[in-house]
Design a binder for this molecule. Structure first.
Ligand code: ADP
Ligand code: CDP
Length: 212
């Protein structure tokens, strides 16, 4: 089974993806880290984020072993990721890695922006996670403070809004729910509540399938 989770910045996709994968014994891929890794490499080189040839070269040589690097989590890298992710050839280079990950047994949960629409249009279950932007900014700020970083909630909110707009309005693989995605608003749910709601969606889809 493939579970596709998409949604805007800091909506809880990664947290939910990890928990669902654990629940079902599947593998989990946070696809945002892939774009963050490309962006971080360009930032480290002091390169122009719109340098297509360099971005493609970097994307072709990514080492998945480094996807856990905590330096990928910063606001600066997230913002840069949303610039490089709008380059069509960068997305093209990264497509096969994501599809292979999705198709390997026993099952996979992928989260990102275009999993249900582009990477896995035939996913068994698609969930589009949303939450009020202010709630997301509060959570992301607390997360950064928890890592010992300096974080200003108003700046985090502005970053989230700017990034969502860029991701929604790009011509390639824009952030949007697949037509067959289930909407999950976790603004008023804690993590456990969100996980339960998502499991209910997955189970309802499975039960519906068994009846057919
Ligand atoms: N339902 C929830 N209630 C409260 N906090 C949440 C919830 N879901 C996620 N979080 C927290 O919000 C922050 C962003 O979640 P994350 O999973 O990293 O989002 P995304 O992968 O969409 O960027 C994290 O600090 C996470 O612990
Ligand atoms: N499948 C994906 C995942 C991320 N991205 C891009 O990568 C950026 C960082 O993604 P992320 O999921 O790590 O961001 P957060 O929601 O964790 O803040 C996004 O703003 C998108 O521009 C994408 O284009 N497609």
């Amino acid at each position: 089974m493939i579970i596709a989770i998409d949604g805007p910045a800091a909506s809880g996709k990664g947290t939910l993806g990890k928990r669902l994968a654990h629940h079902y014994g599947y593998r989990h891929l946070d696809t945002g880290v892939i774009y963050r890794a490309v962006a971080k490499a360009l930032l480290d080189l002091g390169a122009d984020l719109t340098d297509e040839a360099l971005a493609v070269a970097v994307a072709s040589e990514l080492d998945p072993e480094k996807f856990g690097n905590p330096a990928l989590k910063t606001q600066e890298v997230g913002d840069a990721a949303s610039v490089v992710s709008a380059i069509p050839r960068v997305r093209e280079v990264l497509l096969n890695f994501q599809r292979r990950f999705a198709e390997d047994p026993p099952g996979a949960v992928l989260d990102g922006r275009d999993i249900g629409t582009v990477i896995c249009p035939h996913a068994d279950v698609k969930i589009f996670v949303v939450a009020d932007a202010r709630v997301r900014a509060r959570r992301r700020t607390l997360e950064a403070l928890g890592r010992g970083e300096v974080a200003d909630e108003a700046a985090v909110l502005a970053d989230i809004i700017r990034r969502d707009e860029r991701d929604q309005n790009r011509p390639i693989a824009p952030l949007k729910p697949a037509t067959d995605a289930y909407l999950l608003d976790n603004s008023n749910l804690d993590i456990e509540g969100g996980v339960r709601a998502a499991i209910d969606i997955v189970e309802a889809v499975r039960a519906g399938r068994q009846r057919v």
